[in-house]
Design a binder for this molecule. Sequence first.
Ligand code: PEP
Ligand code: MN
Length: 263
Amino acid sequence: LASRDFKKTDTVIQVDDLQIGGKKVHVAAGPCAVENRVTLLDIAEKVKASGASFLRGGAFKPRTSPYSFQGLGIEGLNYLKEAKEKTGLPIISEIMDPRDIDVMIDYVDILQIGTRNMQNFKLLMEVGSVDKPVLLKRGMSATIKELLMAAEYILSRGNEKVILCERGIRTFETATRNTLDLSAVPLLKSLSHLPVAVDPSHGVGKRDLVTPMAVAAVAAGADMLLIEVHTNPEEALSDGEQSLTPEQFKEMMKKVKAVAEAV
Ligand code: PEP
Ligand code: MN
């Protein structure tokens, strides 16, 4: 169902008045985690002013350590909802547990499946059974084929609104957090009709490398970018090292726009 052989034309996913997979490149920006109301609203206003068209932010966080900040849960979803009311930006947020689907569906516009859950088949089937777009992140050790089969789990349950997302894979290289596989973009676009997103923030893990990789992702044909932005990255409760400041995000957006117009 995900393949070009099955469907020749590009899938375009409508969210509010926006089309993902159409001509325009969309940028989803925001903090790694929703930390508190004031910071989230501040970040939302700033990324919106620079041209972001979605707000990202985790309320349920998949942390490596159980002692790290796990997210605000429903309280965080409420702040995301308020941020949408204030800015108009549709919301992308991660779902970790099939039991959260009923509550999340009322708060978010796109359900994100994180890299650690790409092969959580129960979760995939659950998001496949609802009418809500899903951003499916590539597992950090998953092949392209495995990513497409994970998408198949969602599509085969009836949900046709799947966005594939490259977010970096594990290699022998330790200089960057992951190795961002940008060849995945044209490859996925040729194998599948689904829109393709790139998350350079998790792909590289280092602030200074995010903008060059964001620009490269657009040049490679990405339909969407996911960018972590924080007003005070030094104090961020997660992923501060890879978060752009709002000023850096503004500069990134200028370059992204220039490249998007050129390709
Ligand atoms: C995130 O987007 O904040 C996140 C946890 O991403 P990933 O699943 O790609 O690590
Ligand atoms: Mn993060």
